[in-house]
Structure formats: structure tokens, C-alpha cells
Design a binder for this molecule. Structure first.
Ligand code: 13P
Ligand code: SF4
Length: 322
């Protein structure tokens, strides 16, 4: 039996990681729990999950699972989405403090005020929003399906929130619609500059550049490929060059190396946070926290019933259209 304090900060030895992972797997079988993890999670957390994916794939999994318990290794809005889609299930979040700073950049009250200003618009929200905000909007999108879905909408005017980078990227691809874009942003992605990308390109002139649409528009401009985490995985592991510069959260390197270890994936070393594009809240989920959460069935995600009801429609609409 593994004995570890939940707030332990020290690095675990590989033996401890192995023991904890096998305990987590044993508990998951015993409790009929499914462990979902986003690509930005720590490698040892991704390796113990039943499924690792981008926001869209993870929403689909959460909607269709037979498990009694969903343990969601990601940030709060992802756990809320799982609860909204599977309200009868117990959804556990290994670190309730792990939110998404971008999701917190707009409130339900601000959306209601925007509605008064733009009554003729269709309100589209990135899935990186709180449940309260989802309850106010018409349809959700993820970075994997935003252009495709918005092209299908009838409205000529779109209010897009909260990510300005994703909003501008989509607006360029849908020139026949008018966009009103909220000024939210993802700190780790948005603060990474085009100058730093150009420096990497100079060092690795033969490499292709793949970036996430949460990056600054100037970074997007110089990229060879722009897409969600799973779209970047497809591109980077199959494109014709052996070296790929990847501008997204460094957790993705783990999957890239597993899928195609023959290529070199160059992640930036910059002034951003801990030296890379690094999401501190994604990394707030640790293996000991996952273990304690599942073992004791703590950190349950709860939402008011009316929010679940109202927030469900925009997510389901997205799943239908994507
Ligand atoms: P995707 O995995 O959907 O590309 O999302 C990235 C992200 O920022 C999740 O918070
Ligand atoms: Fe939020 Fe950015 Fe972290 Fe994703 S990477 S959870 S958008 S802060």
C-alpha cells in the first residue's frame, strides 16, 4: 500500500510513481471509475489515464462513458463540462484549485450585458468558460472545431468569447460574418512572442512550426500549421520534416514522443513562467493528488441544477455540429 502525503512537493522516485500508478489503476477498476486526462497533464498522470485527449475528445468521452465515476485530470471548466454532460455521475477533480485563468476573464453578468448591446448576434463561447457563462450562450466551440462550426451558423453577427486569439484566427477564416471579440487570453500561449519563434526558426531553419490558436496573432502569422492539441499531434508526427517547432503547452511533448519518437520536437525555452509555455494550473494535478482523490472519493464537482440544464444545450449543439 502506498503512503504519501497529498501536498507533497518533492519529486517522486520512479519506483514511487510505478507503485502509485498501479494503486490508481487498481482503485479505478474496483470503483468502476474512468480517468480522463488532457494532453497538458504531467507525463505520469497521462500514463495512468484511460483516455488522454483534447477538449473536444474529452467532452465526447465524458458524455458517453459507462463508468460510475469520472476523475478528470484537467482544469475546472473541463470537469464542469463533464458534470454537465453526465450529471448523474460522480465527477472528481484531483485539484479543485486548478482553474483556467482565461475562463475567469468573463463572467455571466458580462455576457448578459453584451447580449443587451448585441441582440442580433449569435453568442459563441470557447469551451474554456465557466458553467455560469455557458448557461448564457448559444453554442460552444473548441479549438478543434471553431471555424467549422461558426461557418455553419446562420447569424451574420458573432459575439465570440473569451479568447481574442482564437476569435481573431476564426474571424479571418469566416470573412462573411461580423465578429465582436472579447479581450480574454491564455497567459502561457498569448505571452509567447513572434520574436522568440523567429529565433527558434533561425536555429532550426529546416523545422516546420506548429502552433495552437491561443497563441498571439503575430505568432499564428508565421506558423506552418495552426490547430488544437490533437491536430498538432497529427501534423507534427506525420509531416515531412524530422524537426518540428511546437508552440503550445510543454505537456504535449509527452504524447508526441510516445507517438513518434523518431522526430525532434522543439518546445520553446523562453521567459514564460518556468522557462517554457507552461500552464501552472494544468500542472496543479499531481499523481499523489489523483490517488488521494480517487481513494477517498473527494473533490467532487457539483453545479446547481438550473446551470446544468442551461449549460448543456450549447455543449450538445457543439457535439451535434462537430
Ligand atoms: P485543446 O486541447 O482543445 O486544443 O485546448 C487547449 C487548452 O488550452 C485547454 O485548456
Ligand atoms: Fe487555460 Fe491556457 Fe492553461 Fe489552457 S493552457 S488551461 S487556456 S491557461
Amino acid at each position: 500500500m502506498v503512503e504519501l502525503a497529498i501536498n507533497e512537493d518533492r519529486e517522486l522516485s520512479s519506483q514511487e510513481i510505478k507503485e502509485l500508478q498501479s494503486e490508481v489503476r487498481r482503485l479505478a477498476e474496483e470503483k468502476n471509475a474512468v480517468i480522463l486526462a488532457h494532453y497538458y497533464q504531467r507525463g505520469e498522470v497521462q500514463d495512468v489515464a484511460d483516455f488522454v485527449g483534447d477538449s473536444l475528445d474529452l467532452s465526447r468521452k465524458a458524455a458517453n462513458t459507462d463508468a460510475d465515476i469520472i476523475v478528470f485530470c484537467g482544469v475546472r471548466f473541463m470537469c464542469e463540462t463533464a458534470k454537465i454532460l453526465s450529471p448523474q455521475k460522480k465527477v472528481l477533480h484531483p485539484n479543485p484549485e486548478s482553474g483556467c485563468p482565461m475562463a475567469d476573464m468573463i463572467s455571466a453578468e458580462q455576457v448578459r450585458k453584451l447580449r443587451e448591446k448585441h441582440p442580433d448576434a449569435e453568442f459563441v463561447a470557447y469551451i474554456n468558460t465557466t458553467a455560469d457563462v455557458k448557461a448564457e450562450i448559444d453554442i460552444c466551440v473548441t479549438s478543434a472545431n471553431a471555424p467549422k462550426i461558426i461557418k455553419k451558423l446562420e447569424a451574420k453577427k458573432i459575439v465570440f468569447l473569451p479568447d481574442q486569439a482564437l476569435g481573431q484566427w476564426v474571424a479571418k477564416q469566416v470573412p462573411d460574418k461580423e465578429f465582436v471579440i472579447w479581450k480574454g487570453f491564455c497567459p502561457p500561449h498569448f505571452e509567447f512572442t513572434a520574436k522568440e519563434v523567429l529565433k527558434l526558426k533561425e536555429r532550426y531553419p529546416e523545422a516546420k512550426v506548429a502552433v495552437h490558436p491561443e497563441c498571439h496573432p503575430k505568432v499564428i502569422e508565421i506558423a506552418d500549421f495552426v490547430g488544437s492539441t490533437s491536430q498538432i499531434i497529427n501534423y507534427a508526427t506525420t509531416c515531412e520534416t524530422d524537426k518540428v517547432i511546437v508552440i503550445t503547452e510543454v505537456g504535449l511533448k509527452h504524447t508526441l514522443m510516445k507517438k513518434n519518437p523518431d522526430k525532434e520536437y522543439i518546445f520553446p525555452e523562453s521567459m514564460n513562467y518556468c522557462g517554457t509555455v507552461y500552464c501552472c494550473t494544468m500542472k496543479g494535478i499531481t499523481l499523489p493528488k489523483l490517488y488521494e482523490t480517487l481513494k477517498n472519493e473527494i473533490n467532487e464537482v457539483t453545479l446547481p441544477e438550473d446551470i446544468i440544464k442551461r449549460a448543456r444545450r450549447p455543449i450538445e449543439r457543439m457535439l451535434e455540429l462537430s
